[in-house]
Design a protein around this ligand. Structure first.
Ligand code: C2E
Ligand code: MG
Ligand code: MG
Length: 812
């Protein structure tokens, strides 16, 4: 049987292929044929078949009897015929019943299989909308325990609100014979809301009358939720796009056309997405010409290197506004390594740029004058240097601003600085870049005039502008400036060199009388060489760059140490060790010598106190005091204070004054000397014999000591005249009760002569070089002596070597 059935199936399929319209009929005929041939008739069918057979047989016998007259046959034959007819009738009836029953069963089975095979929730509804049957899967979707639970349920009752209306309308349509559909939510038996896509198909009898309605509902809960989520996301995106200045895009790998661009394009570019699709270059046409090359270069780089890239550029929108935008592109790489597309984002960063510009402005502006500040100037210099175009740099420093600041007050000084800024601006060409470096320092970059005569004319114009403009509201004060000028590239290739050479030139201008200008160069550098030192003094004092060396003074015969002269040294951070001959005159000039003098006095006496504490009670210390110090009214008080601070008997301090110092202000010098003597301090005249009217001073100032200058000492050995002079000085001094120290003793022969001519004390390299105090200490006990390492054959029984090697000066 399976073989013959499958043969029939194959034939049927072939026929269907030939005539598709007959598909359903053939399929059903085949199915039903196969079903009916196997189906038993059943008890009722069997009884009806038997009755039909009996009836037919009886009717046959009766018919024969009625025809007895014309057809003569024995009765037994008539019965046999009747029985045969009855049997045939019975068989025919039985077959018919069997076929009908099979059709019915097959239809039921088919309907059930279709129902249960469906992945929809399929229901058969009667004309009142009650569920006659729901498929198994439908019951599961409706979370019912079985289809039976829903049998007879009111289908319309499951829908609520608007969905109920839609369901009712669809059902009515189906009742009217028209298939209908709708979407809606109804809850399952467990109360779970679900979304359904329902189709209602009317079931009609052979007369076309609707007898029932099939409702097939697809559970679209997941997809609806997904859709809702997507919609929500898309709405969110739309909202965001509407508010933020942002565009997302997907560009072809070669930047030729867009796959997609978000609606934000209208915000950012002022172009609708459709415009981008239609003309992919539309946005590029908005880019300002100056930014096009850089943008194109970055796009090319993204393409050729298949790498992420970013470009920031300006666009001019249709309304004429210029906006800053930033585009970032990321290549999407396929499995084979090719770039499939470039996705990215473009945002309007105008606000950010404006903020940066504002910060930049604040960071690079001098708040007082509104001019560029130092940082801005440095940046500008570097950018001009990078462009390799010559320019002039003027370093402008106001003269005596400190005095003005102190006398006028800070507010007025601020006003003055602002005013000066304005004068500079008005006096120089329009293209001059003016900056305030801080305090009273200004700098100007000039690109239009770069030769020396031209810049000279500018400097003169500026100085003229300043002197012409008396400052209103400042009691008619007027101000001058000193200007240093450097030129790029002549005086430097970067801001460091240019500024420092202009700075040096400016100091040179100050040094040569202020209210003038100087060009950078060797001459300016030389002029300010020592001027720089002057500037460094306060820091030197604060950071202990100064220190003292001591040179011992000896009794000539025994060479016993009588005292030590304090000699200042400066360890300059850049210049190294500087000798006092190089900086004391400078400090003299500037007045710093007073501060430094106080420091020397204090430290020399502190050292003497230490030696005294170690036992060297007879030791004295000599301190050099300059003319300016001596001229100050403070000197006596300073000496007094220092002596007291360190507990030094005044007679152990000898103050050395040069003849030059005495000459400068003899009146004040005399007053100070009288006061110092009254304190008990000793006075020595230093470098005796190098100044004028030397002998006068002996009478005028009545010093305790006279120090014969080393020039005499150096000649004493070979020059009899000098020897006679020295001898005479010593005699004269002794007669006046003045002791004599010979300086600069370098030779034993000199020492011998000095001994012979009764010089009281000797000092010089022969006996000791100036050295650090530690090298002079012998032992810390009462009666301790200090003494240098004497490098001469002039032996002395009382000479002692220091414990540690001395740190000595280089020869002068
Ligand atoms: P000065 O007071 O006449 O000091 C003696 C100078 O002669 C020192 O030079 C010393 O090193 C040097 N000298 C000592 N023995 C010899 C020698 O045998 N041969 C030669 N050629 N030179 C010798 P220094 O230390 O360079 O001082 C130079 C001058 O600087 C001093 O001359 C003094 O006038 C001044 N000075 C030094 N320290 C101070 C100070 O603290 N205050 C002031 N106002 N002036 C000072
Ligand atoms: Mg001296
Ligand atoms: Mg001297």
């Amino acid at each position: 049987m399976p073989t013959s059935l499958s043969l029939k199936w194959r034939r049927a399929l072939r026929r269907q292929a030939a005539d598709p319209s007959q598909q359903d009929q053939h399929f059903l005929a085949l199915l039903l044929g196969a079903w009916s041939s196997r189906r038993p008739v059943g008890l009722t069918g069997f009884a009806i078949s038997v009755a039909t057979g009996i009836g037919a047989g009886t009717a046959s016998v009766a018919l024969q009897m009625a025809l007895r007259g014309s057809v003569s046959a024995p009765f037994s034959t008539q019965v046999a015929i009747g029985a045969t007819v009855g049997a045939i009738a019975m068989i025919a009836t039985r077959r018919r019943f069997a076929a009908q029953q099979a059709r019915h069963a097959a239809a039921m089975a088919l309907a059930s299989s279709f129902l249960d095979a469906s992945r929809d929730c399929v229901k058969l509804l009667d004309l009142q909308g009650q569920m006659l049957r729901i498929n198994d899967y439908g019951a599961t979707l409706m979370e019912a325990s079985s289809p039976v639970q829903l049998a007879g349920a009111d289908w319309l009752g499951f829908w609520k609100g608007g969905d109920r209306d839609a369901a009712t309308t669809a059902f009515r349509n189906a009742l009217n014979g028209t298939p209908a559909s709708f979407r809606g939510t109804c809850t399952t038996t467990a109360g779970q809301p679900k979304w359904w896509d329902s189709q209602l198909i009317p079931v009609k009898d052979h007369g076309g009358k609707v007898v029932a309605v099939v409702c097939a509902s697809l559970d679209i809960t997941n997809q609806t939720q997904l859709l809702q989520q997507l919609r929500a996301k898309s709405e969110l995106m739309s909202e965001m796009e509407a508010h933020v200045q942002l565009v997302f895009f997907s560009y072809s790998a070669n930047f030729e056309y867009f796959h997609y661009i978000t609606a934000g394009s209208s915000n950012v570019f002022g172009l609708e997405p459709e415009e981008f699709m239609r003309n992919p270059n539309s946005w590029r046409e908005l880019v300002v010409p100056e930014d096009r090359a850089a943008l194109q270069a970055e796009m090319t780089r993204i393409m050729t290197e298949s790498t992420e890239g970013r470009a920031q550029y300006r666009i001019r929108k249709a309304d004429g506004s210029v906006r800053w935008v930033r585009s970032t592109g990321y290549p999407v790489i396929g499995d084979n390594g090719d770039v499939l597309r470039i996705v990215g984002i473009t945002e309007d960063v105008t606000a950010e740029q404006e903020r940066i510009a504002e910060l930049d402005r604040l960071a690079y502006t001098d708040s007082l004058t509104g001019l560029a500040n130092r940082a801005a100037l440095l940046r500008e210099i570097e950018s001009r240097c990078a462009a390799s175009k010559p320019f002039g740099l003027m370093f402008v420093d106001l003269d005596r601003f400190k005095v003005l600041n102190d006398t006028l007050g800070h507010l007025a000084a601020d006003h003055l600085l602002r005013h000066v800024g304005g004068i500079i601006r008005r006096s120089l060409p329009d293209d001059a870049y003016i900056a305030r470096l801080g305090g009273d320092e200004f700098a100007v970059l000039i690109g239009s005039v770069v030769d020396q005569p031209g810049l000279e004319a500018q400097a003169k114009a500026l100085l003229g502008g300043l002197s012409e403009n008396r400052l209103e509201g400042l009691a008619g004060a007027f101000i001058t400036a000193s200007i240093g000028i450097s030129i790029y590239p002549e005086h430097g290739s970067g801001h460091d060199a240019l500024l420092s050479s202009a700075d040096v030139a400016m100091y040179a201008a100050k040094k040569t009388g202020r209210n003038g200008y100087q060009f950078a160069g060797k001459e300016a550098a030389r002029t300010i060489g020592d001027f720089e030192l002057e500037r460094d003094v306060p820091e030197a004092l604060a950071t202990n760059q100064f220190f003292l060396h001591f040179q011992t003074i000896h009794e000539p015969h025994s060479l016993a140490v009588h005292g030590a002269e304090a000699l200042i040294r400066w360890q300059h951070p850049r210049r190294g060790r500087i000798s006092p001959g190089d900086f004391i005159p400078l400090l003299e000039e500037t007045g710093f010598v007073e501060d430094v003098g106080v420091w020397v006095l204090d430290n020399a006496l502190r050292q003497l106190a230490a030696w005294r504490q170690a036992g060297a009670m007879n030791l004295g210390v000599s301190v050099n005091v300059s003319a300016r110090q001596l001229g100050s009214e403070q000197i006596v008080q300073q000496v007094d204070r220092a002596l007291k601070r360190h507990g030094i008997p005044p007679g152990k301090l000898e103050i050395e004054l040069t003849e030059t110092a005495l000459m400068k202000n003899p009146k004040q010098a005399r007053t100070s000397i009288v006061e110092l003597k009254r304190l008990g301090a000793r006075i020595a005249i230093d470098d005796f014999g190098t100044g004028y009217s030397s002998l006068m001073y002996l009478a005028d100032f009545e010093p305790h000591t006279l120090k014969i200058d080393r020039h005499f000492t150096s000649k004493i050995e070979h020059d009899p005249t000098t020897q006679t002079i020295v001898e005479g000085i010593i005699d004269l001094a002794h007669k006046l009760g003045i002791q004599v120290i010979a300086e600069g003793v370098e030779q034993t022969a000199q020492l011998d002569i000095l001994r012979r001519v009764n010089c009281d004390y000797v000092q010089g390299y022969l006996l000791s070089r100036p050295q650090a105090p530690e090298g002079l200490m012998t032992r810390a006990q009462p009666g301790a002596r200090i003494g240098p390492r004497v490098r001469t054959g002039a032996a002395s029984p009382r000479r002692s070597a220091p414990d540690c090697g001395p740190t000595t000066d280089r020869p002068n």
